[in-house]
Design a binder for this molecule. Structure first.
Ligand code: ARG
Length: 430
């Protein structure tokens, strides 16, 4: 609160600076979700920083609100409010690169929240530049990763923009925010007893706080919003087929499907089979371990299928080295360094590896489990003639060549064994 007061005083002294709106006040572009925090922020920013608020809701596939959040932002004092649908760009330029990298932070979390942040930051910067805003604001707290992703992402694109983060400066409880809203006539759609903090988009949902803070207790049923309880999922398995072209999912069950639709459809099919629930204690960038749950049905299935496609289409050396690069890419995304210098070169490497990751993977979904049960590819490196042990298939492998190969392969060790045996006084005879 102190920083805000100082800023207000300074503002009063200076008058208006930069490109101000018609009111003569500076503008702030607020990343607005329609939730409690960012609804209250419209009022709080306007009051404490003496700025005009432009509320921007970036659509990355989060569930639609019950009311018109744009109209509500205006009623709550925003000078302008807008909804920007970036779902196609989100899938093609952010999610698919993540799939190509089999992106799982700490081998578990499909980075669903993290991967949306750079695109949100990009969209906010574009609006800020268009409306001549001096500030960008977001509703992140000082304990999470998202503040890092927004702040670092914004200044990497436009270092002149200043960041305001009310929930980082003005640390109050949810109930206090609700009281603040009531006092100032702010229209909100929040229930006092909702215990969780959630973030949702096309690639998945994150949930933290409330009962989840006890890392020993099983997540209560209420944390799950997008998946059927695996115990209650159908008793018959569901089989699906995902087609890949150069590492990108392009079809579902044999039908060419655009990315947004493919993810939405698969999310429903997999979620109905109880697939995609994740319960995890993860390391935040800010040094805190936190217990969170994720629901990412489509992500879990697509990554499993993509790995299976790669196993068939990539050489061992590429697979091994790519695992190292994948770890790096995953960290770049998690740590909010999308606009940093390493992301593009790393992406270029990963893209190159995907040139021949093309084909179809068949997956069985059953009561929460995902099992790859088939794969085929026009550029498969799996050659049944080489692999066969069956009498019915023509064996194309040159068995005699194996002996020569093994002689050469084992030669360094054989040489060393003789030399060392000699040193220990044993026979050196050939
Ligand atoms: N821990 C995850 C991440 O850093 C998810 C954060 C989700 N945020 C939330 N408000 N629940 O990417």
């Amino acid at each position: 609160m102190a920083a805000a007061k100082a800023a207000k005083k300074e503002q009063a002294k200076k008058g208006t600076a930069g490109k101000a709106g018609e009111s003569g006040r500076d503008k702030v572009v607020l990343a607005y979700s329609g939730g409690l925090d960012t609804s209250v922020d419209i009022h709080w920013l306007s009051e404490n920083y003496n700025v005009d608020v432009v509320a921007v809701s970036v659509d990355v596939g989060q569930p639609k609100a019950e009311d018109d959040i744009i109209a509500r932002a205006k009623r709550n004092g925003a000078v302008d409010a807008m909804f920007i649908d970036v779902r196609k760009e989100f899938v093609e330029n952010y999610v698919w690169p993540l799939v190509k990298a089999n992106g799982l932070y700490q081998d578990v979390y499909p980075l669903s929240t993290a991967i949306a942040r750079p695109l949100m930051a990009k969209t906010l910067v574009e609006v800020a530049e268009k409306v001549g805003a001096k500030y960008i604001a977001h509703g992140c707290t000082g304990k999470g990763n998202d503040q890092v992703r927004f702040d670092a992402g914004i200044v990497a694109q436009n270092p002149d923009l200043k960041i305001l983060a009310p929930q980082r400066e003005w640390v109050v409880s949810r109930d206090e925010e609700i009281d603040y809203a009531a006092e100032h006539g702010i229209e909100i759609k929040a229930k006092k007893n909702s215990p969780y903090s959630r973030d949702e988009n096309l690639w998945g949902a994150s949930c933290e706080c409330g009962a989840l803070e006890d890392a020993w207790s099983e997540p209560p049923a209420g944390v799950w919003a997008h998946t059927v309880d695996p115990d209650k999922a159908p008793d018959e398995p569901t089989y699906i087929e995902i087609g890949f072209e150069k590492g990108v999912p392009v079809s579902l069950n044999g039908k060419k499907t655009d990315g947004v639709t493919l993810i939405e459809k698969l999310d429903k099919i997999a979620g109905d089979n109880g697939v995609g629930r994740i319960d995890h204690v993860e390391d935040r960038l800010v040094g805190i371990k936190s217990r969170e749950t994720y629901e990412c049905p489509a992500a879990v299935v697509i990554i499993a299928a993509h790995k299976a496609m790669e196993a068939m289409c990539l050489q061992r050396e590429v697979l091994d080295f790519k695992r190292i690069v994948e770890q790096k890419f995953t960290r770049i995304v998690y740590d909010g360094q999308w606009f940093g210098g390493l992301r593009e070169p790393v992406n270029a490497f990963i893209d190159k590896t995907q040139e021949y990751v093309t084909g179809t993977v068949r997956v069985k979904l059953y009561k929460g489990s995902v099992t790859v049960v088939g794969r085929k590819s026009p550029v498969s490196l799996y050659d049944q003639g080489l692999a066969t042990y069956s009498k019915d298939t023509v064996d194309t492998f040159d068995h005699k060549a194996a002996m020569g190969f093994i002689y050469v392969w084992g030669l360094p060790d054989q040489t060393a064994a003789r030399a060392h045996a000699g040193a220990k006084g044993k026979s050196k005879k050939q």
